[in-house]
Design a protein around this ligand. Structure first.
Ligand SMILES: *[C@@H]1O[C@H](CO)[C@@H](O)[C@H](O)[C@H]1NC(C)=O
Ligand SMILES: *[C@@H]1O[C@H](CO)[C@@H](O)[C@H](O)[C@H]1NC(C)=O
Length: 353
């Protein structure tokens, strides 16, 4: 459905750039360079895409992925950014776990897992994409969402973090704030949209979020003005992460109490703790050039590489542990002795509730 929509919109004529592209998996590892720089293993497991310079410590002073990466798993050849989220596990009735694999969106078949990434200037259905945006500077990074949110009001602080229960690969509505309550035949799509108003000064902030803001009136979708505190409009960065649930959709293996069986790598089974991380790494001014072009998805200033080249880029895991890809594991990685350790409201995350 989304491809049909994009094709229909493309016929309407010139506009300013909206780009949408696939990225293969770079690595699945227990690293968190933004929240726990230099620490391996970090508190919970992540699935990561983008430039192959991804390492435990990526402070802006020392790490520019555009300079240090030798390849990227993303379709734009100049995008060495890293994008990551916590992966999802299936919890069996006997209490063991298996990691749920990811699969590419329609149109990116053959790509190894990964996610779909968007950079938008106006909402998807807005043909013109006219409002100008400023591309992120080198060293820029941000987070959206909180891994300790476990109530609906806490989740509502991040209104654009949602789930789509895929009946087919084209399903886009409705979106929910919680994990789907029933099996989803074509998988579960996790949608993450970052804030779009930047303070124009700081590459990061102590909570990795407060250098950004939503527009004054709600979210990006309203196209309202940015507040005076965060006056600079930046692209709407959006991830779609699709989990292939086909091996886990039989109601006979779902919990007997009627709840749903999927949990994040840190134990959340509500889905309210949806969160994602972004570390900018486009080469030189390549992202600004693309954003300034009049194009829609097919942008001539966006140099692309093949799916084979995307799949050929990878990096080795730094933390050696069984992450439950082949065998059932008795505890989530890093969570054995500290059940839901990261979910105790303390430090950084407590300030965000
Ligand atoms: C982009 O180009 C491809 C190949 O020419 C075409 O199939 C597709 O419909 C185009 N998409 C849009 C949104 O213009
Ligand atoms: C636990 O449940 C899974 C899924 O039903 C099954 O494959 C596995 O063999 C079980 N493990 C044990 C130790 O019973």
């Amino acid at each position: 459905m989304i491809l049909g929509l994009l094709t229909a919109l493309a016929l309407v004529g010139p506009s300013h750039a909206l780009i949408r592209f696939g990225c293969s998996q770079l690595v699945v590892d227990r690293l968190d360079p933004l929240v726990e720089p230099g620490i391996a293993p970090s508190a919970h497991l992540h699935q990561i895409i983008g430039g192959n310079s991804f390492v435990p410590d990526m402070r802006p002073e020392t790490m520019d992925p555009a300079k240090l990466s030798t390849c990227t798993t993303c379709q734009p050849a100049d995008d060495f950014s890293n994008y990551w989220t916590a992966p999802i596990y299936f919890k069996a009735r006997n209490g063991t776990y298996k990691r749920v694999p990811q699969k590419p969106n329609s149109g990116f078949e053959g790509s190894n897992g990964g996610m779909t990434v968007y950079y938008m200037q106006a909402q998807l259905a807005d043909v013109a994409q006219k409002p100008k945006v400023k591309a992120f500077p080198p060293g820029f990074r941000m987070i959206i969402g909180s891994p300790i949110a476990d109530t609906r009001p806490q989740a509502d602080k991040y209104p654009q973090l949602t789930y789509t229960c895929l009946q087919t690969m084209g399903t886009r509505f409705p979106e929910t704030k919680n994990f789907p309550k029933k099996p989803c035949p074509a998988g579960i799509m996790v949608n993450l949209r970052f804030k779009t108003c930047w303070d124009g000064v700081n590459l990061d902030s102590p909570d990795h979020m407060s250098h950004l803001s939503y527009p004054e009136s709600g979210t990006f979708e309203n196209q309202g003005p940015c507040p005076a505190s965060h006056p600079v409009r930046v692209p709407q960065v959006m991830f779609e992460v699709i989990y292939e649930t086909k091996d886990f959709n039989d109601p006979a293996i779902w919990p007997e109490d009627g709840s749903q069986p999927f949990v994040y790598s840190f134990g959340d089974g509500t889905g309210y703790a949806n969160h994602g991380d972004y570390l900018f790494g486009w080469k030189d001014d390549s992202l600004q050039k693309i954003m300034d072009e009049e194009c829609f998805v097919n942008c001539t200033s966006m140099k692309t590489q093949s799916i084979e080249q995307m799949n050929a880029c990878s990096t080795t895991r730094k933390v050696n542990e069984d992450i439950g890809d082949d065998e059932w594991i008795t505890a989530l990685p890093g969570q054995a002795h500290t059940e839901h350790a990261i979910r105790e409201p303390k430090g950084l995350w407590a300030s965000l509730l």
